[in-house]
Unconditional design. Structure first.
Length: 70
């Protein structure tokens, strides 16, 4: 993987973590709402793996509303 892809991967993970915390959710709570394992969410947040398989779940608009308490 090139450095640019790694930077995007890490930035994406940092943003997932940032907004999860702003919403007052634990990894367990968010992973449950998104339908992914807590371990997988942790790996995404640290930037160790890109969320390619679960990206649609994370960015799904309806589920995204959980960050705003909807």
């Amino acid at each position: 993987m090139n450095e640019e892809n790694e930077s995007v991967q890490v930035l994406f993970g940092q943003n997932v973590k940032k907004y999860r915390k702003l919403a007052g959710l634990t990894q367990e709570q968010l992973s449950e709402r998104l339908g992914v394992s807590q371990k997988h969410l942790s790996i995404i947040e640290t930037g160790a793996q890109f969320a390619s398989a679960s990206l649609s779940r994370i960015t799904d608009f309806k589920k995204y509303l959980i960050f705003f308490g909807q």
